[in-house]
Design a protein around this ligand. Structure first.
Ligand code: PEP
Ligand code: MN
Length: 349
């Protein structure tokens, strides 16, 4: 940590900071500059937070050198985390990108879900998604069918062999959900629901953690850290767009750069969700490909058998024929980028 003192910090103020750091086990060096005194503190930052130091009188700024997300960081583990399922599907570590496909919400008719699941299977996708508990902005909108929806998910999984993903909103639902699905999703609106993060951290199930509507990349990785800190290291990050000032053409601003940034600083796998990232059907194919080109480990896409009558997110959902068309091209694209990546690593070996 580097502590920059105010221009007019007194000797007493400087000494108090130095004493405090030494009392907490830090090695301290300080340089008295012409204008500012700079204190260089080497030690375990978990014992005192930068926030605490910035509260000291005379402190201008505290700069951290090591990222605060320790378990999620490449400093701790340089090799990519690979999440492996019983059927052999793997996420991360340069494995073939996975695809998660399905309706925003599981609706009343099981055959509708099955129709999407069969199409997903036919196109080589590995996961079926479907919301049972929906975090809706308005209390008057459809809230999800709860356990009945999860029963449908399990049935569709048994019929098709697809793995399943569904969002958890309340830690009390976890024991029940664990019986039905393979991957828990934490939605964008719950990315800083720390009690929920702790609860999924205590489960032995992979978790897809979506980026919050206004999460910085550091906050996003710290949310993952909460899950890992509680014991569950099977975290899959998901870039799903952030709020921006311009919502005229897209629902969110899909932050493509966050993928290589996160890959640089974290070993966790990351997927992209262009459905929520853009809110527009015509942008799903180009933005899914953009995510894959910059290193995403998979994609999540909303597909509905009747988007015009969907109970949630119909506008961004692909119909089954559209999905088959687009997914066919994404599969070809994946083969090519896989081939190029292999050539690249062979050339640099
Ligand atoms: C969803 O996946 O349906 C969803 C609600 O996503 P997000 O949390 O990213 O808005
Ligand atoms: Mn949705």
């Amino acid at each position: 940590m580097i502590i920059i003192m105010e221009r007019n910090a007194t000797k007493v103020q400087i000494q108090r900071v130095i004493d405090f750091l030494k009392d907490n086990g830090f090695q301290v060096r300080h340089n008295i500059g012409e204008v500012h005194t700079v204190i260089d503190a080497i030690g375990d930052k978990t014992t005192i937070s930068p926030d605490r130091l910035s509260a000291f009188e005379g402190v201008k700024e505290v700069k951290i050198i090591r990222e605060p997300f320790r378990l999620a960081s490449r400093d701790r583990k340089n090799d990519d985390t690979v999440i492996e399922f019983a059927n052999g599907v793997k996420i991360g570590g340069g494995n073939k990108p996975i695809s998660i496909v399905g309706p925003c919400s599981v609706e009343a008719n099981y055959d509708d879900l099955l129709e999407v699941a069969i199409a997903a299977k036919e196109m080589g996708c590995e996961f079926l998604r479907g919301g049972a508990f929906k975090p809706r902005t308005s209390p008057y909108d459809f809230q999800g069918y709860g356990e009945k929806a999860l029963q449908f998910m399990k049935r569709a999984s048994e019929e098709t062999g697809l793995l399943t993903v569904s969002e958890v909103m309340d830690a009390n639902d976890l024991p029940m959900m664990l019986d039905y699905i393979d991957v828990l999703q934490i939605g964008a609106r719950n990315v800083q629901n720390f009690k929920l993060l702790q609860a999924v951290g205590k489960c032995n199930k992979p978790v897809i953690l979506k980026r919050g509507l206004a999460s910085t990349i550091r906050e996003f990785l710290l949310a993952a850290e909460h899950i890992m800190y509680n014991g569950n290291c099977q975290v899959i990050l998901c870039e799903r767009g952030i709020r921006s000032f311009d919502s005229a053409f897209t629902r969110n601003l899909m932050d493509i750069a966050s993928i290589p940034v996160i890959k640089k600083y974290s070993h966790l796998p990351i997927i992209v969700d262009p459905s929520h990232g853009t809110g527009q059907r015509y942008l799903i194919e180009p933005m899914a490909k953009a995510g894959l080109v910059v290193g995403a480990d998979g994609i999540m896409i909303e597909v509905h058998n009747d988007p015009e009558n969907a109970l949630s997110d119909g506008k961004q959902s692909l119909s089954i024929p559209m999905f088959k068309d687009i997914m066919g091209r994404i599969n070809m694209f994946n083969k090519n980028i896989h081939y190029e990546k292999n050539c690249l690593s062979a050339n640099t070996r």
